[in-house]
Design a protein around this ligand. Sequence first.
Ligand SMILES: [Zn+2]
Length: 105
Amino acid sequence: MAVTVFSQLDKSLHSHLATLTDLAERGDDQTALVLARVELPRVVAVVKALLDEHQPDEHGRCATCKRGWFSRRMPAPCRAYLSAQLILTVVGQETSHGKHLRSVG
Ligand SMILES: [Zn+2]
């Protein structure tokens, strides 16, 4: 695959996110504080900006997601909202549960 400006941006973004995750998991308390105060609001802003592209109606159908794989006859539940909900609730609970177990044991 050719190296484009966009692929460089994509790589750089993923690298930044991986660094944030790594620091959150392994960093000391001071690092965690900076992450929470400085980086977390930025990540929240990014999630909000992405979700702004998706405006599901009361049935969860989303015009942005409708343009994708779902046919016009089928309702298209907004995948962005579903993913955000799933990751922030289900995955988040598993992670904090795991951390709790590690700190106890
Ligand atoms: Zn959507």
